[in-house]
Design a protein. Structure first.
Length: 153
């Protein structure tokens, strides 16, 4: 009985954590994203929030607050895009951010998108010499290849 109580308590804590892991700003920017997300552990969820918002929660060792962060990059790209393309671009960036952020936020020993890759993605996305949709496609392609290759046996 005691182990059942402990198991139920841990499951309840995990469900509550999953619902709390995402910052309200993420949901406001991307209301159509699927939630709650499945995080490996509490730290994974906190790093995911850092990816999106730039904020460092207590308990995140080596965290540097600020930019770049995904919400900021999304805003910059949407400002550059023609008005008729902004909604489509936003939807794509929300999906890309969810995929890249979930992987980058994982423990360093298992993630396939590391900080160096994230830096390359940000550099591509911030290159104002190309159309925002072209830059987004380029990062989507690179991220998909990294995620696909990581799942091969």
């Amino acid at each position: 009985m005691r182990s059942l109580y402990l198991t139920l308590s841990l499951v309840s804590w995990g469900l509550a954590f999953g619902a709390q892991a995402e910052d309200a700003r993420i949901q406001s920017a991307c209301p159509s994203m699927a939630v709650p997300l499945a995080f490996d552990d509490k730290t994974h969820g906190l790093w995911y929030d850092r990816f999106w918002t730039g904020d460092c929660a207590r308990g995140l060792a080596w965290c540097h607050k600020g930019t770049p962060n995904w919400l900021g990059v999304m805003n910059d790209l949407q400002r550059e895009a023609p008005a008729g393309q902004r909604a489509s671009l936003k939807k794509r960036l929300c999906g890309l951010g969810q995929k890249v952020g979930l992987e980058w936020a994982r423990d360093n020993s298992i993630r396939t998108i590391d900080t160096a890759a994230l830096g390359r993605f940000y550099k591509i996305l911030q290159d104002g010499s190309k159309d925002p949709l072209v830059r987004t496609t380029q990062v989507e392609t690179q991220a998909a290849a990294m995620l696909t290759n990581s799942r091969k046996p």
